[in-house]
Design a protein around this ligand. Structure first.
Ligand SMILES: Nc1ncnc2c1ncn2[C@@H]1O[C@H](COP(=O)(O)OP(=O)(O)O)[C@@H](O)[C@H]1O
Ligand SMILES: [Mg+2]
Length: 322
């Protein structure tokens, strides 16, 4: 549904994105994740025919964004980073106007506008001037205009920015509900947001893609071990040594000791669940087992590892061969 090949964009001497390639399958929700200045908005502006790339190609819904931009525009909804709303229009007539421009039939427009105002929680301000709305309401009107034509593809640049925590939760569930019926690419610099909303992720840093794929796969790729956290009352050297001797255990780290209880993080091969063995060991040794739990790896840890790894290799002297 979205196919990007070797996309590069230069703003004068600044290379905002460099040789970016990725694809998004129909019905997928993919998160475009990266720190500020990474190039997320640039890539999204190109995908939504807002400006041309310097080189490379992008196809959206089967059409080339450069040579077939009319066909692309008709099939996408785009929420830009700073929403250029018509401030002197009222909310409902504005959405009706957008629907008309996007080719929604006259007889269907009223229903579509009502539906989208409902889903974006803006029905209560439908007669207000857009220019007089708060930032949070404007952001939701921006999302509503992207959705009003029921487009195949949604390109949402930081859709939750400027919203309060309750609105963020509501917008996230609204976006999640689009999966399957729409293809969505959304950018964010908020890490947990990606795990909450998206199936897959494209991580971009300094204009280049550094990792992409389903979140679970990325976690496995960058963290080949599973981790278990244990809290045990027992002599630390013996605890460490005997847990370390369990087959499959790769390492045991001390975390902290409080009131005679030691906390340890046990790393093992990903397919090995060593919790049962740790609990048996504690029983045999008559150690009190206060806690035993598996700790998941977050996307945040993956991100830090990737971005830190990049910086380390840059310091070490240039590019690493693929
Ligand atoms: N219109 C522009 N003119 C010059 N440089 C720009 C322009 N827009 C973005 N940039 C630069 O391109 C890089 C990527 O910016 P952007 O795509 O906005 O990143 P992000 O959305 O990830 O924060 C940054 O270094 C930014 O300063
Ligand atoms: Mg941006």
């Amino acid at each position: 549904m979205i196919e990007v090949q070797g996309l590069t964009k230069q703003y004068g001497p600044v290379t905002a994105i460099r040789d970016v390639s990725f694809s998004v399958a129909p019905g997928e929700i993919v998160g475009f994740l990266g720190p500020n200045g990474a190039g997320k908005s640039t890539a999204m502006r190109i995908l939504s025919c807002f400006m041309p790339a310097t080189s490379g190609t992008a196809r959206v819904a089967g059409y080339d964004v450069f040579t077939q931009s009319m066909q692309v525009r008709r099939r996408i909804g785009y929420l830009p980073e700073s929403v250029p709303l018509y401030t002197d229009m009222r909310v409902a007539p504005y959405l009706d106007f957008v629907a008309e421009v996007k080719g929604v039939a006259r007889g269907e427009r009223r229903r579509r506008v009502a539906d989208v105002m409902d889903r974006c929680m803006i029905a209560d301000v439908q007669n207000r001037l857009i220019g007089q709305l708060s930032k949070g309401y404007r952001q939701r009107v921006g999302l509503a205009q992207a959705l009003v034509s029921d487009p195949e593809v949604l390109i949402l640049d930081e859709p939750t920015i400027g919203l309060d925590p309750r609105q963020i939760t509501e917008i996230r569930s609204l976006i999640r509900a689009l999966a399957g019926r729409h293809t969505v690419i959304l950018s964010t610099h908020i890490l947990p947001e990606v795990s909450m909303v998206c199936g897959g992720v494209v991580i971009i840093n300094k204009g280049a893609i550094v990792a992409q794929g389903p979140i679970d796969t990325l976690v496995e790729q960058f963290f080949p071990t599973a981790r278990v956290e244990v809290e045990i009352v027992g002599p630390p050297p013996a605890v460490r040594e005997m847990i370390r001797a369990i087959p499959g255990v790769v390492s045991v780290h001390d975390e902290a000791t409080t009131n005679g209880a030691g906390r340890y993080v046990v790393e093992s091969a990903r397919e090995r669940d060593v919790r049962a063995e740790i609990s048996r060991l504690a029983a045999q040794q008559q150690w009190s087992l206060l806690e035993l739990k598996r700790v998941g790896t977050t996307l945040e840890e993956v991100f830090i590892r990737i971005v830190a790894g990049e910086e380390a290799s840059a310091v070490a002297g240039g590019e690493v061969a693929p």
